[in-house]
Design a protein around this ligand. Sequence first.
Ligand SMILES: NC(=O)c1ccc[n+]([C@@H]2O[C@H](COP(=O)([O-])OP(=O)(O)OC[C@H]3O[C@@H](n4cnc5c(N)ncnc54)[C@H](OP(=O)(O)O)[C@@H]3O)[C@@H](O)[C@H]2O)c1
Length: 259
Amino acid sequence: MAAVCVVQGASRGIGLQFCSALLSRNVCKVIATCRNPSQSEGLLNLKDKHQHSLSVLPLDMTNEADIISAAQEVSNRYGKVDLLINCAGMLHPSGRGETSLKSVSQEGLLETLSTNAVGPLLMAKHFTPLLMKGDGLIGTQSTEKKSQHCAVLVNMSAKVGSIQDNGLGGWYSYRMSKAALNMSTKNLSIELGRGQKKVVCISLHPGTVDTDLSRPYHKNVKTLFTVSHSVDCMLKVVDSLSVSDTGKFYTYDKSLLPF
Ligand SMILES: NC(=O)c1ccc[n+]([C@@H]2O[C@H](COP(=O)([O-])OP(=O)(O)OC[C@H]3O[C@@H](n4cnc5c(N)ncnc54)[C@H](OP(=O)(O)O)[C@@H]3O)[C@@H](O)[C@H]2O)c1
């Protein structure tokens, strides 16, 4: 039985690498979603290599109708999801976080919140019926039968979304959006942890990773991970998850971050 894995935000960067790493296991069906599938060279190359295990669906995170039709398509093809990774994200529409209040704008805040926090929650809403039908093939099953999980949901967060850890300020839109995303992880872990079938929900910080999103800040970074190192580490975390981990905010090495 194959694990069905949905990677949302898969055109490039960390999301694309998640697809590649999951496909290389040869036991997963991967559904990659992104805004413009025909423009993602990385996904087109992966599709050539993994014709039968990879499906690519169009999905703009800011459009609920896209999310609904992607969920419907996955339901028709596979009838379940074992792993959902909400990966799409933006720093700010300008590509740079605000350094002070002067650069805060309504438009920038709303677009960042819509992509980073509203979209992932709508993904959870429309994919929950499929996650509930998961076979628990991702993560570790506990020996206690009653606490077993059926699926795993990962929200790609960021350390700068931690309210407690915020010592520098700035980056209003991004920090607020990831803090809101973390609250939705916590809420989801409670609601989807009540029944017999539980979905393990976590927020995950990938480290500072060499992608387009972080590029303007590379000069100041002490440790810059490659996407493949970050994703290898994060998949180890995902593989280790059980119901006792739900609702937590982890880094790539499974250290706990404070909300
Ligand atoms: N890189 C880091 O150092 C770092 C650190 C902490 C957290 N993160 C988080 O990790 C995640 C992935 O980031 P990354 O570094 O891989 O960034 P990236 O290379 O810039 O990729 C961003 C991805 O998000 C997608 N996206 C943006 N807006 C979207 C929308 N409205 N609908 C659908 N997809 C959309 C992009 O798709 P298009 O190609 O269509 O634009 C792209 O696939 C983000 O959530 C980010 O906040 C990254």
